[in-house]
Ligand binder design. Structure first.
Ligand code: FE2
Length: 302
């Protein structure tokens, strides 16, 4: 029955024999239905090809994974759910509630990667007020399997168990929303999993999500992205989020301002001493930006 061991073994072989991928290589598009079939069939040849490509720095764009109606529902839902709640912060400790935080540029300097975003955090033990985990798990479980984990790994965990699932909905406000170029932690979740909720040139203008290639050049991605697509890349492949609508004033209270994004990550909790984290690329990579866009907000001084 257990014919799925090859996932884990193949990753181990890669990680033992080759250095972690740091730079983006190719962009590969696959329809979600096809991706799902490969994993449900445990198609060893195709799975190994995907792992091989991901560990070589390829970015998979899984097309049409989520429906637009689901994403719009949770976007509206989180805005309404927290409409009377303050912006606040909780570490990932036992009993942590769901919460929202308006991370302005100053607050965002305290994070391991500098950022500015309106973030909404959801954990499994809080009774899923937006009813989002069911739909999200249809995708997340496949990616967990691809990563060599049990399809339902970490689902029952709470912070005292060490690693926990966290869903984050993010609104990057116009002109100031960003996430500096970085490399993500990879030990408990090898792949970053990005759900795309906004469409370039319809919902926003600008660079948005980008990768960094072997020449340290920015790789533009958003032209290929549609709402409902999911992006997968090895966590250490360098990436970031650039400000959008750079000539527009941010409006934290307007649900339609800026660019929305859905993140699924299994994090080491704050109950663990000396957590494994990612790192910023500040002063380590000289990024060549040949786009018309800034990758950091332009700070206007009064
Ligand atoms: Fe990241």
């Amino acid at each position: 029955m257990n014919n799925t061991k090859f996932y884990k073994l193949f990753w181990q072989e890669k990680e033992k024999n080759y250095p972690l991928p740091r730079k983006s290589r190719n962009i590969i598009k696959v329809e979600f239905n096809e991706f799902e079939k490969i994993l449900n069939d445990d198609d060893e040849i195709k799975v190994k090809k995907i792992i091989d490509n991901l560990y070589s720095g390829d970015f998979y764009l899984i097309k049409n994974a989520f429906s637009t109606s689901f994403l719009n529902r949770i976007k509206k839902g989180c805005f309404e759910h927290f409409s009377n709640s303050p912006s606040t912060f909780y570490k990932m400790l036992e009993g942590t509630p769901d919460f929202q935080r308006k991370i302005d540029i100053e607050t965002g300097k305290k994070y391991s990667f500098k950022r500015c975003s309106h973030s909404f955090y959801f954990y499994r033990w809080n009774n899923d007020p937006l009813n989002l985990f069911g739909e999200i798990d249809k995708k997340w479980r496949l990616v967990k399997k691809l990563m060599g984990l049990d399809f339902n790994a970490y689902e029952k965990n709470t912070p005292k168990d060490g690693v926990i699932d966290r869903v984050q909905l993010v609104k990057y406000p116009s002109s100031i929303g960003f996430l500096e170029p970085h490399s993500d932690p990879y030990k408990y979740q090898k792949l970053f999993i990005s759900g795309y909720m906004s469409k370039k040139d319809q919902d926003f203008t600008g660079l948005g999500f980008y990768l960094i290639d072997q020449n340290d050049k920015i790789v533009e991605i958003e032209n290929d992205i549609d709402i409902g697509d999911v992006g997968l890349g090895y966590a250490t492949v360098q990436h970031g989020v650039a400000p959008v609508n750079i000539n527009k004033n941010p409006d934290w209270d307007d649900i339609n301002d800026g660019r929305w994004f859905l993140s699924m990550y299994s994090n080491q909790s704050d109950e663990v001493k000396e957590r494994h984290t990612g790192h910023s690329l500040e002063n380590t990579v000289d990024i060549i930006n040949q786009t018309d866009y800034q990758i950091r907000p332009i700070i206007k001084h009064a």
